[in-house]
Structure formats: C-alpha cells, structure tokens
Design a protein around this ligand. Structure first.
Ligand SMILES: NC(=O)C1=CN([C@@H]2O[C@H](COP(=O)(O)OP(=O)(O)OC[C@H]3O[C@@H](n4cnc5c(N)ncnc54)[C@H](OP(=O)(O)O)[C@@H]3O)[C@@H](O)[C@H]2O)[C@@H](O)CC1
Ligand SMILES: Nc1ncnc2c1ncn2[C@@H]1O[C@H](COP(=O)(O)OP(=O)(O)O)[C@@H](O)[C@H]1O
Ligand SMILES: [K+]
Length: 461
C-alpha cells in the first residue's frame, strides 16, 4: 500500500529545512520527471502545449518548457502573469533560452495543464472556466501537473476541472486525487520524485492507497483439512431473496467451507448451498441486511447479538437496531445513501448524499472516531475502508460494477473471509480488492457484467 497525504506543504518544508533542498532544486526534479514521462511515453508526438498559471504550478510548467525546448515543438501559454518568485525566475530562464511563448491557444499532440496545483484557493472565474472547457474539448493527450486544475485540496470540483489522461503528482500521493468526484478527472496517476526518494520525502500517515499486492486471497495451506476447517457462513435472506442468494454464491466461490442461506420460505438454491430456517449452531460468520426488508425485530436482535463475526449491509442501515452493534468489531458495507442514514441514526450528522460525496473522507473519519471497533467500508467509485481512524482507499473499481447485485457479491466475499477466520479489517480489504480487480478482468465491455460473471471472475483470481 502507498501513503496518502491531505497536504504536502509540510513535506516540502521539511525538505528545505532538514535536507537543505531548495525550492529551485525540487522544482527542477518535478519538471524533469514530467519531461522524462513525456519523452518515454509520447516520443512519437511532435507538438506540446504547456498552459501555465501564476504560481508554482505554472513555474513547474515553465521549467518543463525549458527542458523540452527543441526536443519537441513546445508552445508555452501563460494564462496569467507570473506572480510567484519561482515563476518569475523560471520565465527569465525560458526567455533566455528562446522558448516559444504564444498568446493564443492552439491544439497540440500533448497538452500539459500547469494552471493551478495545490494552491487553488478560490472559485474559478469565467475566464478560467472557459480556458479549462476549451482544453477539455481538445483531442490531445492531456497531462495534469500535480493535480488537474479545478480540483481543490478536498478533492472537490466546484465548476469545471481539466479531464486529464495522466496526472503526474509531485513527491507523494494526495488524498484529493482519490475522491469519487476526482475519479473522472485524474486519469492514470504517476508520482514524480523531487530529488529525494519517496520514502524519505514522506512522513507518517494514517491514510493509504491499496495496491493489488494487499489482496490476501484465502489459499489453503493446510493439507489435513475438511470443510469445517474453512468456516460456515450463514447468509440471512429476507423479502428480496435474490440478494442473499447472490451473496451466498459469491461466498462459496471465495473459499468458505459451508454456506447456508437462512430463510423461513423454501428457496430454490444450487445444490452446494444449504438452506436453514434458523441460524446454524456451528456458523462462524453471519451476513445480514441484503434484501432483508421487514423482519421480526427480536429475531434480528438475536442474530446481531450472536457472538460470531458479522457483515452488515443494506436495509439494516435504515433500522435503529444497527446502533446496538456499533461497539462490536463488525464490518459495515453501506453505499452513500445508506451511510447518510447510518450517520443520522447514530447522531453524527444529518446530511444529504451530495454533502457526503463531497466530503467522504471527513464523514468516514467522524464515524471511525466515534466507533473505532467497527470496520466501515463506504462503497463508491473509490471505496474507503476505515477502522480506528486508519483509512484505506481501493481505487481499482470502475463503472462496470454499477449494477444491482454488485454489492451483494461484495457482502458474500466479506462474509466468506470472516467465516474462514480473517480479521474484520483484513476481510474487508481483501474482499474489496478481489471484487474490484475481478471486475477489471471481465473484458467483454463495461456495461454487461452481471453478478454471476463477477462471481466467475472472482473464482479465477
Ligand atoms: N513547494 C514546493 O517545494 C514545490 C511545489 N511544486 C509545485 O507548486 C505547486 C503549488 O504552487 P503554489 O503554492 O504557488 O500554488 P499554485 O497551485 O500554483 O496556485 C497559486 C496561484 O494561483 C492563483 N490562484 C489560485 N486559485 C485561483 C483561482 N481560482 N483563480 C485565479 N487564480 C487563482 C493564486 O493567486 P493569488 O492567490 O495569489 O491571488 C496563485 O498565484 C504545486 O502544485 C506543485 O505543482 C513543485 O514544483 C514541487 C516543489
Ligand atoms: N463507478 C464505480 N466505480 C467503482 N466501483 C463501483 C462503481 N459503481 C459501483 N461500484 C461498486 O459496486 C458495488 C455496488 O454496491 P451496491 O450499490 O450496494 O449495489 P447492490 O446493493 O445493488 O448490490 C459497490 O461495491 C461499489 O463500490
Ligand atoms: K495542474
């Protein structure tokens, strides 16, 4: 996993003070990293348009123009007068070298957005919006320097932002690049070294971006085993029985030794999945909430208080009963609307979905602070998993998963790992990664995946 930072100013400052690295030196490395990326990945392209703002993001761009001058047909467009000391200095250097400064925008093979970086501090005016809209309309390869212009430090987009193919971010990964909103703008994210190895540049953080290598699949190492060695998951099915059945199928394919669906009505289940009318004596985990609908309160309370691992989803986030389990190490997997309801039920916040989506990290942290034992998995374009104020982001998923039933598969995966003895946080992390990475392996197109395809892809991991 890789560390995420809410701000990097303190990291830059430490470079100046502790490592005696000047701003000039850091900037030279920032621009060199961009130059290297462009040379290595876009060498067949000829023309490069670099659009610069007045601060140090602009200064990075002016430096880049100097580095690429004559290797490519470089056009430097200064959107506003250089204001920062570094922007002024870099401009003098660029002028001295004869870099081509243009006063009109024109299309190019590659465009590099150096308008605003971490210093965006107010809403964009009409001119900025027009500029960004024009750049977005170009068919060029678009590279954002540090962060696509228009995304602020909280990862919000107030009006418009540059739609980058690649974001080359300086020094370390920023949290603002991993909001759900930002996902439509950042493209591929690359970290540029600033003349110091990343592990030395970075300090401690309690936020992490998950990598594929953080997925710890339930491979079986013991030879002397039987089905009971791998747990027994009980999936509680309610009025929308399909949800429980999807979860049960996903769970069975993900290694649980036994899976039973708990339902009062008789179900038509695959032969390998059992049905029970009441919770099994030997169950090692319970998955509950998916398609639950109306159920007898005392019965649910009894299940929630049973001393086994639990994954709780969907309908239970609208029921006050949920508040009774928040002192347990349970896994909760709400989507944004369900999380809004949960926040209200536990008196943390009374907000709407758009407020949540604009401040996902904030509300997840508020919840985790109040309920440090709970593992919260907030679904979305970038899934956030949190426990005890430690937070992990899974950015592998895509719109291929935006389908009824995808969440039920995830509940089954978490339940399966819990039944097999994974700790709650480990179960949530591996299940979430498996869910998203498997969905990427479905190659047909990005609209036709159904839960059974997803389960098939998960079984092939
Ligand atoms: N520090 C380091 O060591 C390193 C830093 N590096 C680079 O520096 C970048 C940060 O630079 P930064 O702090 O100068 O901010 P930046 O993003 O250029 O924007 C500030 C300028 O924009 C203006 N402005 C803001 N909002 C506006 C708006 N809505 N509409 C209009 N104008 C607006 C604002 O104007 P003002 O507030 O003065 O009115 C100011 O002039 C960082 O992202 C990275 O790329 C790298 O080289 C690595 C080493
Ligand atoms: N655009 C997207 N990018 C990444 N993941 C997505 C996207 N849309 C949906 N997902 C994932 O798909 C799942 C949907 O779950 P949910 O909304 O609960 O569906 P359901 O209840 O119908 O099964 C979640 O894991 C979510 O993170
Ligand atoms: K930028």
């Amino acid at each position: 996993m890789q560390k995420l930072f809410d701000e990097v100013n303190s990291l830059d400052k430490r470079c100046y003070e502790k490592f005696l690295l000047s701003e000039d030196l850091l900037m030279e490395h920032a621009a060199s990293s961009m130059a290297l990326y462009i040379s290595e990945n876009h060498s067949s392209y000829k023309s490069i348009l670099i659009i610069c703002g007045s601060g140090n993001n602009g200064a990075d761009g002016i430096t880049l123009a100097r580095l690429l001058h004559t290797k490519f047909d470089v056009k430097l467009y200064l959107f506003s007068d250089a204001k920062s000391e570094m922007a002024k200095l870099q401009l003098q250097r660029a002028h001295a070298l004869g870099v081509n400064v243009v006063d009109e925008l024109s299309n190019a093979d590659v465009i590099v957005d150096c308008i605003f970086g971490t210093g965006l501090n107010k809403p964009l005016n009409q001119n900025c919006e027009n500029l960004i809209n024009t750049l977005n309309s170009y068919e060029s390869i678009k590279i954002a320097c540090d962060i696509p212009s228009g995304i602020n430090s909280l990862g919000q987009v107030e009006s418009v932002a540059l739609e980058a193919d690649v974001t080359i971010t300086m020094g370390a990964l920023k949290t603002s690049l991993f909001t759900d909103v930002a996902k439509d703008y950042v493209g591929k994210i690359v970290v540029a070294d600033l003349g110091i190895q990343r592990n030395l540049y970075e300090l401690d953080s309690n936020k992490y971006l998950l990598d594929e290598s953080d997925m710890n699949l339930p491979f079986r190492n013991k030879k002397n085993s039987h089905k009971g060695s791998f747990g027994h998951l009980n999936v509680v099915a309610g009025c929308k029985k399909g949800a429980g059945i999807i979860a049960a199928k996903a769970a069975f394919g993900f290694g649980a030794g036994l899976v039973s669906v708990v339902c009062h009505e008789n179900l038509d289940l695959p032969y390998h999945i059992m049905q029970t009318h009441f919770i099994s004596e030997n169950c090692t985990a319970i998955a509950i909430g998916m398609g639950l609908g109306k159920y007898e309160t005392q019965e649910i309370r009894r299940l929630l208080n049973k001393d086994v691992a639990k994954i709780i989803d969907a309908d239970l986030f609208y029921d006050e009963l949920i508040c009774e389990v928040l002192n347990q190490e349970v896994v909760l997997t709400p989507h944004p609307k369900e999380f809004v309801s949960l926040l209200k039920l536990c008196a943390i916040a009374d907000i709407d979905v758009s407020e949540l989506q604009n401040n996902r990290f904030l509300y997840v942290q508020m919840f985790s602070k109040k309920y440090p034992k709970v593992v919260l998995l907030l679904k979305g374009a970038n899934v956030i998993i949190s426990q005890n104020e430690k937070l992990f982001v899974n950015s592998f998923g895509s719109a291929v998963l935006s389908k009824g039933g995808s969440g039920d598969v995830l509940s089954g995966l978490v339940g399966s790992l819990l039944a097999q003895g994974y700790k709650a946080l480990d179960a949530a992390i591996t299940a979430s990664l498996a869910h998203a990475i498997a969905s990427r392996n479905y190659k047909k197109n990005n609209y036709s995946l159904i839960p059974s395809h997803l389960v098939e892809e998960i079984r092939k991991l």
